[in-house]
Design a protein around this ligand. Sequence first.
Ligand SMILES: [Zn+2]
Ligand SMILES: [Zn+2]
Length: 215
Amino acid sequence: MPVHVERVEVEVAPGFIENCYLVNDVADARRVVVVDPGAQPERIHAALGGRTVERIVLTHRHFDHTGALSALVQAGAAEVVAHALDADAVCDPVTSGAVPHGLVPPSTPATATVEDGDYVPVGSARLRVIHTPGHTVGSMCLYDEEGAVLLSGDTLFFETCGRTDFPTGNARQMRESLQRLARLPGRTVVHPGHDVDTTIAHELQHGALRPRNAD
Ligand SMILES: [Zn+2]
Ligand SMILES: [Zn+2]
């Protein structure tokens, strides 16, 4: 069963937009998985329109992906899922990036951890966890093989990749993570944490997945 993905653009700070995604299996729009609720919980609630939040998934620890987390949990969202290596750090004032930006991190930690190869249920569908360290050590992408859809967090963007100069970032790990994503089918639609959608084929041709020249 493939998934349906709906983008909700939220404003973390003036001009600083993050893409939150509402994901459901194509046969049942009533049960939703919220990926990266970065800010503006009222906007996310409006997009949900009263539908049930099955779980929240965080692609990584950064504050611009978790700003609406506490509000959604208080409103009744059941489970908060993150990679084991970033799960606790969601609440870390420094490495979440919150304090350096004058903000407070969420008080709500992830309540369930996943690792590479695990599956996150989405109604009757499921997303496979691809651990993609580099932007942070616990960064992950979520992959729907059947629907050829990738939620890439801050690992892969339109014609570029995520920064590796934040705490726990690592340029070598980022290169290895991008090499893994380059092996996904070209038709895979990529929904990133910021900016517009892309595809694996486009990134292989023009972007961050281009084979590097031998040097
Ligand atoms: Zn980030
Ligand atoms: Zn981000």
